[in-house]
Write a protein that binds this ligand. Sequence first.
Ligand code: ATP
Ligand code: MG
Ligand code: MG
Ligand code: MG
Length: 564
Amino acid sequence: MRASQFYISTLKEAPSDAEIVSHKLMMRAGFIKKLSAGIYNYMPMGLRVIRKIENVIREEMNRAGAIELSMPVVQPAELWHETGRFDKMGDELLRFKDRHNRDFIIQPTSEEVVTDIVRQDLRSYRQLPKNLYQIQTKFRDERRPRFGIMRGREFTMKDAYSFHTSFEDLQREYQNMFSAYSRIFTRLGLEFRAVAADTGAIGGTGSHEFHVIAETGEDAIAYNPDSEYAANVELAEAMAPAAVRPTAQAELVKVHTPGAKTIEQLAAFLKLSATQTLKSVVVDGEDGIPVLLLLRGDHELNEVKASKLAGVFSPLRFASPTTIRDAFGSEPGSLGPIGFKGRIYADRAVSAMADFVIGANENDYHFTGANLVRDFPEPEFADIRNVVAGDPSPDGKGQLAICRGIEVGHIFQLRTRYSEAMGCKFIGEDGKEQIMEMGCYGVGVTRIMGAAIEQNFDDRGIIWPDSIAPFQIVICPMGWSRSEAVRNAANALHAELLAAGIDVIIDDRDERPGVMFADWELVGVPHRVVIGDRGLKEGQAEYQGRRDTEATKVNITDIVSFIK
Ligand code: ATP
Ligand code: MG
Ligand code: MG
Ligand code: MG
């Protein structure tokens, strides 16, 4: 590649909205260009990095036996109604209508579509297991897009979905993907950690996140330097009891509660008087996770310390109110305050409440007289949310340390949540129809670009790991227009490196050395060769690695073997 032909647009200053180093450097080095909040152009230099990241992922997914396909970015709402996610997903899901007034969404992930494909095509145990993946544009209308493409609204994800005849086989594939992910992040040159993660409704150990360790990470990770233990601090949310359990005291009510928005309506559906016995009711919330509505007059529970409930209900992730009442601002006589489990956070809780009541129209999932602590006891797992460095490790083997991480990958055992809702079945060896077990496996392709920079930079710019550098090596000729000897030598080396399969760019812009060096150091090309008349007389050029403090003289004929 010739720099004069390529698209190079470096900036002296980062835009003022760039808060962290990777965002600043990506903007300054001309990797991305903002179009709108959380929506970026991937400029030619940045796209080269993204393609290399994709290729590493693709190679390792293929090696692990997964099969690539591509699913539409625009998807009809019908499938999303089948799983209930069209209504349940909240504002992150971008919905729109076509000219016929039909509802569509832009995919934030693709469980529905892939399950729809598989339920049509794979009907026999002999066709299973299968692991299907795509590398595709996603859209999530993030409340707070930031850090450039690290938390974009439009971004690229590798998402894979596996289908199995049994839970055992799902677990085998989960391990297989765990290993593939470890290989991917190692090849990408990242310092990472796999941590036990929030599984929402799934529970247990069925989910891991892969985090790039960086100060600017949005997640806190508690880990034990002396053992394997590592968990996302948000994990405690997921560790609450996953299923609604009736107890002797809590009466199970077999009703639907469609459309109930007020306590009176809800009570009417439950065939109770609001003032009578209905102090609290447990309904099924998002993902089938129990939701406890603490109703009017239930002041005892209203005053329960937020920190105590935090182990049971997840929204308590807000600034630091002392009681549930502080958190939700309950007025006497109003519906609420409420506790949730699942991924609903305090800032959305009040508006989400109405959705929950509306969504709580399943049979057999309603309790009256439920008592939070008695019927839904403290989680069996350690609540590590308020953990500090030096606290005992939950595995009993020493002390915890805390670091910050950027979530670049996430693997899940979905089990039958989607396959059941969508009737994704197969005929087993015994001739009987069964629901498929499913797993899903995501990697944030474009996020990795930012995460890699967070780990690899200095005051001059980015320092790319070789595997994902936009160019592996730059040739900087001194006096391009002035010296024919330099031009010839530079062109010959360029051709030789290309022939050796090395990704090389030659800077033929005829810029001053200072400008050239500053540009390539900012861009982060890991190897640089300077060719000048003086060195050429001895057949030499100057080589400098991006992390080296000075240049080394190298015979031009040795450069290819030197780089390889
Ligand atoms: P986060 O906790 O950062 O919001 P998530 O848990 O919502 O991420 P997943 O649904 O697990 O994300 O999606 C799989 C992967 O996609 C994530 O591990 C992450 O690397 C990437 N990803 C998710 N949201 C974004 C985003 N807004 N911008 C860029 N990458 C993202
Ligand atoms: Mg998210
Ligand atoms: Mg997450
Ligand atoms: Mg995740």
